[in-house]
Ligand binder design. Structure first.
Ligand code: 6PG
Length: 242
């Protein structure tokens, strides 16, 4: 696995670079007459990316050929302040660029175990399969201050290797249940890109990118992809120790 580091002056330029990557990959898929299957993370970092897509990429992306999925979702209703879907809707989906049938919402309001099974079936129905796992074109990941990614937290490293393609995770502090893609699904993606900004993650990022022994405990250190490269889109603050 090799790490491709892409560093930009600030969070806006970093988000623009990821928006351009999405546009490039989506247009290539459309040219090849296939859907672009994109899974996005929640939290706060991607909000800027979604706003940039909403404000500038209506015409630059063939949205009718984009199918949108989530990497993870909090087990709350879609109207809840902590819902990743709600954050994405408020920043991008409200624009209506994507046909409803192209939006594969993880239903946080469902019983977690049932929703993990349901979403597994959605992925089987929608995505090409690689060794019996759904294969996304691009998975966008974030990283928490504890080195978690998706909703795979340090106390649940088994979610990196479980046979399931979608599982139920638990937030270590709040106990909040989460629906999450598993390591096996993430590793099958054609491309995996982290979008990480801000200085709070610089230290963990250094451990991961420099592949230090101490990074073993971070789920984000165990991410790979089908193309053998993991991309890190970073602002200067996040990359300050590299
Ligand atoms: C979530 C995310 C999660 C996120 C990290 C980083 O549901 O919270 O999917 O994995 O990417 O927690 O979050 P921030 O972008 O808010 O730092």
């Amino acid at each position: 696995m090799t790490y491709q580091i892409h560093t930009y002056t600030d969070a806006v330029k970093t988000a623009w670079a990821v928006a351009d990557l999405i546009a490039q990959l989506a247009n290539k898929a459309a040219k090849d007459n296939r859907f672009f299957h994109l899974a996005v993370s929640g939290g706060s970092t991607p909000k800027l990316l979604f706003q940039i897509l909403a404000d500038n990429f209506e015409k630059d992306i063939p949205w009718e050929k984009v199918k949108l999925y989530w990497v993870d979702e909090r087990c709350v209703p879609p109207t809840h302040a902590e819902s990743n879907y709600r954050m994405t809707f408020d920043a991008l989906l409200y624009k209506g660029f994507l046909p409803e049938e192209n939006i594969m919402r993880m239903k946080g309001e469902n019983k977690p175990e049932d929703e993990a099974l349901r979403y597994e079936q959605v992925l089987v129905a929608q995505l090409p399969q690689a060794d019996a796992y759904p294969q996304f074109d691009l998975i966008l990941l974030g990283m928490g201050d504890d080195g978690h990614t998706a909703s795979i937290f340090p106390h649940q490293m088994q979610l990196l290797d479980t046979e399931q393609s979608v599982a139920v995770g638990t937030h270590p502090q709040s106990g909040q249940k989460r629906i999450t893609l598993t390591g096996k699904t993430i590793h099958k993606a054609q491309q995996v890109a982290f979008l990480i900004t801000g200085d709070t993650k610089a230290s963990i990022l250094k451990e991961i990118v420099l592949q230090e022994q101490t990074a073993e405990k971070y789920p984000a250190a165990h991410i790979s992809s089908a193309d053998g490269q993991v991309h890190f889109y970073l602002d200067k603050a996040a990359a300050s120790l590299l």
